[in-house]
Design a protein around this ligand. Structure first.
Ligand code: GUN
Length: 291
């Protein structure tokens, strides 16, 4: 069997076109243009690339974007002052503090400072707390996990009673996606570096989410025939034949797993484009909430 490829790039493009149309309708109706502010502290090269991509995506759909950058030695008070200023700015509907913050800064306090109505990343402790509780609704859901749920929906996956295995327990992906799957009545197992006999656990999965950041860790024989595999990893591996000297691979050994799974996301072009599409969607929603 060769797996169906879940084309995140195409799904994200469709979403972006819908968002662009809705933004234009708002503007035509005299409503404020949605605005997103990014806060980047320090000079982590990956973070710089991600933030640049987010600004470009905003521009493409007509969302106004604002950029605040602070040096790596910025104090807690400096960062919080920027958040306060953006909280008070009516042109800014969403605030995104790029993670990770440099060592020494209290991430939880910074994220908790963002006005709940502007928490388009969904990392405010109150939003995460609501996500973790039955019968409570977060105002915003973190973008990568939300994008994964859209991909599963688009692939026609029935999560009700399904066995879902999440590899990785990060605050940004693993934990929130596990909570979202649970809310959809999947039976969820979260695996991590101390999990015993990992391949035996992943082989139980109807839905496998790989979010550990280890190049091609999930092999063909780790996957149950017919499973749906979502690969969140973006890892650089050396490749002298590539123009840049490296290429990007996921946490899943794609060529092996595609022969076993029913459906799989590629890297690049799977989860990545969805993260940004969900950020744009959340920003548009934040603007609507402010009307
Ligand atoms: N760092 C890696 N992914 C993300 C994300 O989705 N949002 C933020 N703010 N930082 C990140």
């Amino acid at each position: 069997m060769t797996a169906k490829i879940i084309d995140g790039k195409a799904i994200a493009e469709r979403l972006r076109a819908q968002i662009a149309a809705e933004v234009q309708q708002r503007v035509d109706a005299g409503l404020p243009r949605p605005g997103l502010a990014t806060v980047l502290v320090g000079d982590n090269p990956a973070s710089q690339i991600y933030v640049r991509m987010k600004h470009k995506a905003c521009e493409q759909v007509g969302i106004q974007s604002f950029s605040r950058t602070l040096p790596a030695d910025a104090s807690q008070a400096d960062v919080e002052a920027v958040v306060d200023e953006l909280n008070a700015d009516p042109r800014v509907h969403g605030i995104l503090v790029q993670l990770p913050l440099p060592p020494g800064l209290d991430e939880e306090r910074v994220l908790g400072r963002i006005r709940l109505e502007k928490d388009v990343d969904g990392f405010h402790p109150l939003n995460i707390g609501r996500l973790a509780q039955k019968g409570r609704e977060p105002l915003f859901v973190p973008c990568t996990p939300a994008g994964i749920m859209v991909l599963l929906e688009e692939a026609g996956v029935n999560l009700e009673g399904a066995r879902a295995v999440v590899l990785g327990r990060s605050n940004i992906v693993g934990m929130p996606v596990a909570l979202l799957l649970l809310r959809r009545n999947a039976t969820v197992t979260v695996c991590h570096s101390r999990t015993r006999d990992l391949p035996a656990v992943t082989r139980e999965a109807d839905v496998l989410i790989a979010a550990v950041g280890r190049a091609e860790m999930v092999r063909g024989d780790w996957v149950k025939p017919g499973a749906v595999v979502i690969d969140v990893g973006v890892n650089r591996v050396e490749d002298p034949t590539a123009k840049k000297g490296y290429r990007l691979v996921g946490d899943v050994a794609f060529d092996e797993v595609k022969e076993v799974a029913a459906a799989i996301t590629p890297v690049p072009g799977g989860v990545g484009p969805m993260t940004i599409a969900m950020l744009l969607k959340n920003t548009l929603r934040a603007a609507k909430l402010a009307d």
